[in-house]
Unconditional design. Structure first.
Length: 155
């Protein structure tokens, strides 16, 4: 197996120290070197992606916040104008009727949800155009939706 050399100076000292502390002591020098190399490769790849203007949010990252009874939301990205977020509704959760000041896009990822009388299933997309009205949102089974809407925070 070829050994890949890494320049540890590319990493902030606190991150490098945390990565190295996370390695379990091993008597197998080759296993330790491979594990260390894999960790450094991952950090370098994520750092490189961030430098190239790419944003990755892992499923385990971010904070779910209560949005309404039975509804939680997690913001994935907010540029001050548009926000991309996840909404998870438990079975029987409801949101009241509302008017959209701006267009809101929704892709159902899991389960199903009613927008008024229209039942939307996993894989279905709906855009609520500016000025449109949702006659209430309801999920019989629970659902997970990806939503893109106007940011509530000014740019």
């Amino acid at each position: 197996m070829a050994t890949i050399e890494h320049n540890e100076d590319d990493f902030p000292p606190d991150i490098l120290a945390a990565l190295l502390r996370a390695l379990s002591p091993s008597r197998d020098a080759e296993l330790t070197a491979r594990t260390r190399s894999a960790l450094l490769d991952r950090v370098r790849a994520e750092r490189s992606a961030a430098q190239e203007g790419l944003l990755t949010v892992r499923a385990s990252e971010g904070t779910w916040k209560d949005f309404a009874p039975g509804v939680r939301a997690k913001v994935l990205h907010d540029d001050g104008q548009w926000q991309t977020w996840l909404a998870r509704m438990t079975a029987e959760a409801r949101l009241p009727a509302h008017v959209h000041a701006d267009t809101e896009e929704c892709l159902v990822l899991e389960g199903s949800v009613y927008f008024g009388n229209a039942e939307i299933h996993a894989g279905d997309y709906q855009a609520a155009l500016a000025g449109s009205r949702h006659e209430g949102v309801y999920s019989r089974t629970g659902c997970l939706m990806l939503v893109r809407s106007r940011s509530p925070q000014p740019a």
